[in-house]
Design a protein around this ligand. Structure first.
Ligand SMILES: *Cc1c(COP(=O)(O)O)cnc(C)c1O
Length: 422
């Protein structure tokens, strides 16, 4: 498609957008009396208007039913989490039994490491990407130390090549083959938080499985953003947070995926609690743990229902829109943003560079040469919400659920004015 950097073209694109009506399902913060242009859906998604109703429903049931709400609320609390598994399974390409919702992301990664990182003196190494999200680095280092190994000997970071801003799949795969039978686990962010790169999850998973390693993916920036087929790809486990592209609310609960081959097993390491034991016998308070035959076996405590409520609201919107339609718009919208950035770059005589590779979701990371921080401040003051990463990177994530082509055009104009005013 031939893009044009005009308001008329952007408006036409919006008029032809079948997802256009969804924008109105979300609440936009205001700056100078106008809806902001929101580029940080990769950090905290906007609030769906229906989220409040879902939370209010729990508050009302709690007021009117108190403890009876566990079983007699309209959506009973004791199995409320099960309502989230089915729509989530579609989003991550899994079977509903392979998905559960609990805790928060880093907590879940720790819990999953109990099951999927079982090092021995021969096979103890972990492969991850260099400069992974800090929480993932701390998690891996502390797990390795917990098992009595040295992070410096056990954790192998895949580096980018000199002068390049992205990871090459062949470098990941050749490292997996090189480490071979010493490799216990590959754990990488499916979409890198910094440069927005989508890793080739399928081929990396196959490669790791072929040398006998476990494979997990941190899908924080991937879920609700790119196509996932965890079951088909043979991924062992995955976890994600729900407050980024999933729009579930700040710090909200995490989801996990556990491959079906590990379900319904008692010969498997797992930290356990009463919410993972069979529902039929749970309230008999027996001393023997009988795992639920689904990823719910990894649930430890009874979940925070007040947190599940806005997540369920958001999943209802995902059900309505469908991942395929969302991904199609995402490709077009991000391509249009890239085009607008290139047009601005020409107009201001090249002051920045897009460091996100072609294998991407909806995020573009832009490296600003020169006065980066002041441009960031200018954007924020003018109603463009972006995020800043040291040393000089602005991340732009136009979430296709609620961002418009007009937003991209208007952003370009504000950016141009800001740079020229420098
Ligand atoms: C956002 C993000 C996290 C956040 O972890 P929490 O436990 O939810 O605070 C962790 N890892 C990655 C890769 C992320 O992008």
């Amino acid at each position: 498609m031939k893009f044009e950097n005009t308001l008329q073209f952007a408006t036409e694109m919006d008029n032809n957008d079948s997802l256009r009506a969804f924008r109105n399902q979300f609440i936009f913060p205001q700056v100078n009396g106008k809806d902001v242009i929101y580029f940080t859906g990769n950090s905290l998604g906007l609030q769906p208007k229906i989220a409040k109703n879902y939370v209010d429903e729990i508050m009302k049931d709690w007021a009117e039913l108190a403890v009876e709400g566990h079983f007699y609320a309209e959506k009973p609390w004791w199995d409320y989490h099960e309502r989230l598994a089915k729509p989530l399974a579609k989003i991550v390409g899994a079977k509903p039994d392979e998905v559960s919702v609990m805790n928060t992301l880093t907590v879940n990664l720790h819990f999953l490491m109990v099951s999927f990182y079982k090092p021995n003196s021969k096979r103890f190494k972990i492969i991850c990407e260099e400069k992974a999200f800090p929480s993932d680095q701390y998690m891996l280092q502390s797990q390795v130390r917990f098992h009595g190994y040295e992070p410096s000997e056990s954790i192998i970071e895949i580096k980018k090549r000199e002068g390049e801003h992205f990871w090459r799949t062949e470098d990941v795969i050749s490292k997996i083959e090189e480490v071979g039978d010493e490799l216990a686990l590959v754990l990488i962010g499916g979409v890198n938080y910094y440069n927005g790169q989508v890793f080739e999850m399928e081929s990396i998973t196959k490669s790791a499985k072929s040398v006998g390693a476990m494979v997990g993916w941190d899908l924080a920036h991937a879920v609700g953003n790119v196509e996932l087929k965890l079951n088909e790809w043979g991924v062992d486990f995955a976890a994600w947070c729900s407050y980024k592209y999933m729009n579930s609310g700040p710090g909200n609960v995490s989801g996990i995926y556990v491959n079906e081959k590990y379900l319904n097993r008692t010969d498997f390491n797992r930290f356990e609690g009463w919410w993972g034991t069979k529902k039929e016998s749970r309230f008999l308070m027996k001393p023997i743990f009988e795992p639920i035959a689904s990823a719910d076996a990894w649930q430890v405590s009874n979940p925070a229902v007040l947190s599940l409520a806005p997540y369920l609201a958001s999943l209802q919107l995902f059900e309505e829109v469908g991942m395929q339609a969302l991904i199609e718009k995402q490709k077009l919208l991000t391509a249009y943003l890239e085009f607008v950035l290139q047009e601005v770059d020409k107009a201001v005589d090249s002051t920045f560079e897009i460091i996100t590779p072609k294998s991407r979701g909806c995020q573009l990371s832009v490296f600003l040469h020169g006065e980066g921080r002041s441009i960031f401040d200018y954007l924020m003051k003018n109603g463009v919400i972006v995020d800043w990463r040291e040393p000089n990177v602005i991340r732009l994530a136009p979430a296709p659920f609620y961002c418009s082509f007009e937003d991209m055009y208007r952003f370009g104009e504000i950016l141009k004015t800001g740079i020229l005013a420098e």
